[in-house]
Design a binder for this molecule. Structure first.
Ligand code: PDD
Length: 283
């Protein structure tokens, strides 16, 4: 496997990062994940825009001469994935320096990238996910795509141990999002999802779904909802780069939409798949 580290493509076994790296010591860094279908990036521009924004919120700027798309494309080519489906992770940390919470302004960022093949999980997209609730233990800036994911890790692990695929995060009684995806409910034909605040990640898949709702004439409310409203919803679905538009069929062991993808979710899934197909066939 060929990875990218600090201006260089090299075998993963040769990649070395300093133990003084602030990503390792403090979680002082940000990342992006972009999906590719048949070697073509899905919504790449939106991901790069969010990456620059996350960096700016950390008072960092994009390392000079780093062309996100060029690096990601090269990773696909060097790993023979030009006709495959998968995703690329790019991680940028503030760099290495002797341990101190504060930093001098002139550190050289660490940039690490790798590509992974991931065929679309067609079966799971039909069957749907089971989810459980978990307290949202994260900090107050969840809009920054930070590599500091401990609260997400604890929530995801809780889900796994309960035999569920995703954890729904609760701030008090309010649902924010999930451990690695955004979440929406459908009630009486209306889609409802948490508004864009500092309490959730501005998901690129969520952005696509918002546009699709407008195109399809599906009413959408960007308003938060409670755990009780989620349990009483007609449909629930997740949105994310890796999960796409994923029906939720069970919440805390209780069936949603008779344990199947509901009609609104299916419409959005079909429309999303159309976007994927357009991406796949791009020159
Ligand atoms: N996760 N919310 C959280 C907390 C996320 O981590 C993610 C993405 C999303 C969905 O965002 P997008 O549609 O832009 O992927 C929402 C990625 C896939 C990850 O961490 O692996």
């Amino acid at each position: 496997m060929t990875v990218y580290l600090n201006h260089q493509f090299l075998p993963k076994s040769e990649a070395r990062i300093s133990p003084d790296d602030r990503g390792f010591l403090f979680g002082d860094g940000v990342y992006e994940v972009v999906r590719f279908y048949h070697g073509r990036f899905f919504e790449a521009a939106a991901h790069w825009q969010r990456f620059d924004r996350s960096l700016a919120e950390l008072r960092m700027s994009r390392p000079a001469a780093l062309d996100y798309e060029k690096v990601c494309h090269e990773l696909i080519v060097r790993n023979g994935m030009e006709t495959k489906d998968g995703y690329v992770y790019l991680q940028i940390t503030r760099g290495a320096a002797p341990r101190n919470h504060s930093y001098a302004g002139d550190l050289e960022a660490t940039v690490y990238g790798y590509a992974t093949e991931l065929p679309r999980n067609v079966e799971k997209l039909k069957q749907g996910f089971r989810v459980v609730f978990h307290p949202d233990l994260r900090w107050a800036r969840c809009d920054i795509k930070s590599v500091a994911l401990l609260a997400n890790v604890l929530a995801a692990q809780h889900a796994r141990e309960q035999g569920a695929e995703e954890a729904i995060l609760l701030r008090g009684e309010q649902v924010t999002e999930a451990s690695r995806s955004n979440v929406a409910i459908v009630k009486d034909g209306v889609v409802r999802t948490h508004p864009l605040t500092e309490g959730i990640l501005n998901g690129i898949t969520r952005q696509v779904v918002v546009k699709l709702c407008t195109q399809l004439g599906i009413p959408l409310q960007e308003e938060s909802f409670t755990r009780a409203e989620m349990l009483a919803a007609d449909e629930v679905f997740l949105m994310g780069t890796t999960v796409e538009v994923m029906p939720v069929v069970e919440v805390e062991g209780q069936k949603v939409a008779q344990g199947q993808a509901g009609p609104v979710t299916r419409r959005l899934q079909t429309a999303f798949e159309e976007c994927v197909n357009v991406c796949r066939q791009r020159a």
